[in-house]
Design a protein around this ligand. Sequence first.
Ligand code: GAR
Length: 197
Amino acid sequence: MLKFAVLVSGGGTNLQAILDALDAGKITNASLEVVISNNPKAYALERAKKHGIPTRVVSPKDFADREDFHDALLAALEEYQPDLIVLAGFLVVIPQKMVERYPNRIINIHPSLIPSFCGTGYYGLKVHEAALARGVKITGATVHFVDAGTDTGPILMQKAVEVKEGDTPEILQRRVMEEAEWVLLPAAIQKLANPEQ
Ligand code: GAR
């Protein structure tokens, strides 16, 4: 049984996709142990609570400096001994010591086809604004392992999504979520929980 933690910062629609996939038996041999947010107001926390999943808030505002925040985040994770950490819209740069503590055991969902529109400054709606500004006809989402860089780790899964005439960043974001992210992230967890399949 793969024990995993999900880290969130906002609305948590990707977390919801994971919860729904667990309910539907589309993720098997895996147990979601905790949802951790850096943002106490994240709606994702409500989604977890409704599902009876333990939640933790580790906010940088509660600590004197970044180092202390990072240590608290690692300490919270250690309590649950996860085999896998899933970043589902977690908008905190992952500390180096966390990458070293969990090598090839942290995955992230990014709303573009890496290596396009990724790296520092590309998160959330900004990714879709940049894709539309460049005029690409295809975008998508990527699940990748987290290494020392930003969006530079090995790619695990990708799914393409069409950009349509008249798209706004919000419309495109929604299509990328529906057609790619909410499918890919549960599928990636299922794959890692059942490597022989
Ligand atoms: C998602 O689109 C996710 O891919 C993106 O933030 C959104 C979170 O939405 N992540 C990044 O941009 C990471 N660089 P959610 O809270 O509804 O899942």
